[in-house]
Design a binder for this molecule. Structure first.
Ligand SMILES: Cc1ncc(COP(=O)(O)O)c(C=O)c1O
Length: 360
């Protein structure tokens, strides 16, 4: 789907007649820190890589990822963001009927729609802070051959524990489970939560570089699955799908393990602190409820008489963009999502929201 994502600073900038860079973008869930020190300089120094074709299948990028995470390279493909794989899944896996655990990222449903694949949603309950009950999910899977799970989930921030995921995937060995871990690196102890090291034959993991390394414009993501499942995706790979600059960046990121580990640790600490900070600020606020989150964004619900449109329009005047969640299937026009930034920006946003809510 081309519309309906966060991060549309271009449309807002056009409306406000300003530059996209003038917008404070709290709608796109990227790392609040600047990119890894040294990365942008490295890319600039190597920009002449664009004068030659990149490696046709980005095999070296897959190899670098596999080496970094100690995975068999035959079990990894590099893509033009995880988006490339999301839209290939129904075709590659020959999905007949999918189950999507929602409310969640719309592209899983859009990918099914693109390929005329039937899908059902199973919605987590708002009254349980959108946490899913694994036993209920186990029950819900009937003739579904593919299940999409975003963990932690966008936009709710809810996390499924690895033990629960494993139980679910083992209970239905003939069903493919697509676990989108795009936001997992923002979670404390993410290595312990990832399905990557488990390598169950029916599990496919999506790993995005866009969010954690704040490089969504480079378009790099990985699919990790059994050798047999990886082979199903090869016929759908486009030549040169990972551009030269992106391949250069992967090389840098995967080789600088100490720096990337320290960068991720710093990010996780900042977010932990900022989630608490925002929860404290909004604890006693009227007309808004924040849902607990484990990752880089917060879902919030506004009172009946206040819509996300009203709040988004109000903040837009100050060139602040948050995510209006009205178009997430299973939510309503009262939901917003805030992507956390550094403390000063978060405080500024919180003050503006609270003042606006008081003025209603
Ligand atoms: C849950 C989720 N998965 C995947 C993506 C796509 O990310 P990319 O294609 O940049 O890896 C997004 C982007 O917002 C997302 O929110």
């Amino acid at each position: 789907m081309l519309n309906g994502h966060g991060g549309n600073i271009y449309a807002l900038a056009q409306r406000l007649e300003c530059a996209p860079s003038d917008i404070i973008d709290m709608s796109s869930n990227v790392n609040p820190l600047d990119p890894l020190p040294g990365l942008v300089e490295f890319i600039v120094d190597n920009i002449s890589s664009i004068t030659a074709l990149p490696q046709v299948d980005a095999k070296s990028s897959a190899q670098a990822f596999a080496d970094r995470y100690n995975i068999n390279p035959e079990h990894v493909i590099a893509g033009n963001g995880t988006t490339q794989f999301i839209y290939a899944i129904p075709q590659a896996l020959e999905t007949k009927r999918a189950l999507i655990l929602g409310p969640t990222y719309a592209d899983y449903a859009d990918a099914c729609g693109m390929h005329n694949v039937r899908y059902d949603y199973m919605m987590a309950e708002e009254s349980f802070d959108f946490k899913l009950d694994v036993d209920a999910v186990i029950e819900q899977i009937k003739d579904h051959d593919t299940v999409f799970i975003c963990n932690p989930n966008n936009p709710t921030g809810a996390l499924m524990l690895k033990a629960d995921l494993e139980r679910l995937c083992r209970f239905h060995p003939d069903t493919h489970f697509v676990i989108d871990e795009s936001y997992l690196p923002f979670v404390y102890d993410s290595d312990q939560l990832s399905m990557l090291p488990r390598r169950l034959p029916n599990v496919l993991v999506l790993n995005s570089m866009s969010k954690i390394f704040r490089i969504p414009g480079l378009r790099i993501g990985f699919l990790i699955a059994s050798g047999q499942n990886i082979e199903k995706f090869r016929p759908f790979q486009l030549p040169w799908n990972v551009n030269s600059v992106a391949q250069t960046a992967v090389d840098y990121l995967m080789k600088h393990t100490e720096e990337t580990d320290a960068f991720i640790d710093k990010t996780v600490l900042l977010l932990e602190d900022q989630r608490k900070f925002m929860a404290d600020i909004f604890k006693d606020a009227d007309h808004i409820k924040l849902f607990p989150s484990k990752t880089s964004f917060l879902l919030a619900k506004l009172d009946e008489k206040i819509t996300a449109d009203m709040l988004c329009d109000h903040l837009a005047v100050d060139r602040i963009l948050i995510r209006n969640c009205a178009n997430f299937w299973g939510l309503s026009e009262h939901f917003i999502r805030i992507s956390l930034k550094t403390k000063d920006i978060n405080r500024m946003l919180a003050d503006k929201i609270i003042n606006f809510l008081h003025s209603i």
